[in-house]
Design a protein around this ligand. Structure first.
Ligand code: AR6
Length: 174
């Protein structure tokens, strides 16, 4: 789906396998270390050099984003952002929106044209999936109006069920 000059799409897959994308976003922990879920998969695929680069950048706050190299990943960059823990880091709607917004601001700063997001905070951090999806869409949609370098925003959903929800949402917008 095109929003101005920006294409927004959703696919089912693994965030570490997006070889046509310049920057992938990590649903990180505050210490920017391995962890489980997306962070575990990204650190495993990127290799040990990644945690050397992230160490001096930590800790980060909910909603903040930082950028590193992609190392062994097929992507030039990794943007690490800390989602809110649902029911704990309030206001969680704002923190989650900040994750998307600040990641996109960093992408623009680095003249990045394509970026892929996982469903931040919806795993270990317990954010209800549909509520998180609404925030992801509205934030990315608002941003798309003023995007300069970013031309492609991809949502990567791990499960079929999650992907179907994003697909329906995209269809409802078009
Ligand atoms: N590719 C795409 N999506 C994935 C992948 C993958 N390889 N693996 C999981 N997901 P989570 P959070 C989905 O828990 O909730 C970590 O341990 C998953 O199904 O990775 O922000 C960190 O160290 C879910 O929908 O991120 C932090 O401590 C979504 O990605 C904490 O978890 C996010 O799940 C961050 O929790």
């Amino acid at each position: 789906m095109k929003f101005g000059e920006v294409k927004i799409e959703a696919i089912q897959g693994d965030i570490t396998k997006q070889d046509d994308i310049e920057a992938i976003v990590n649903a990180a922990n505050a210490q920017l270390q391995m962890g489980g879920g997306v962070a575990g998969a990204i650190h495993t695929a990127a290799g040990r050099e990644l945690s050397e680069e992230t160490k001096p950048l930590a800790p980060i706050r909910p909603g903040q984003a930082v950028i590193t190299n992609g190392y062994n990943l097929p992507n030039k960059y990794i943007i690490h952002t800390l989602g809110p823990v649902y029911g704990f880091n309030q206001p969680e709607e704002k923190f989650l929106a900040d994750c998307y917004k600040n990641s996109l601001v960093l992408a623009e700063d680095h003249h990045i044209e394509s970026i892929a997001f996982p469903a931040i905070s919806t795993g270990a951090f317990g954010y209800p999936f549909e509520q998180a999806m609404e925030i992801a869409f509205s934030t990315v949609h608002d941003f798309a109006k003023n995007a300069k370098s970013v031309k492609l925003i991809r949502f990567v959903l791990f499960s079929e069920k999650d992907f179907e929800q994003y697909k329906n949402k995209l269809n409802s917008l078009g």
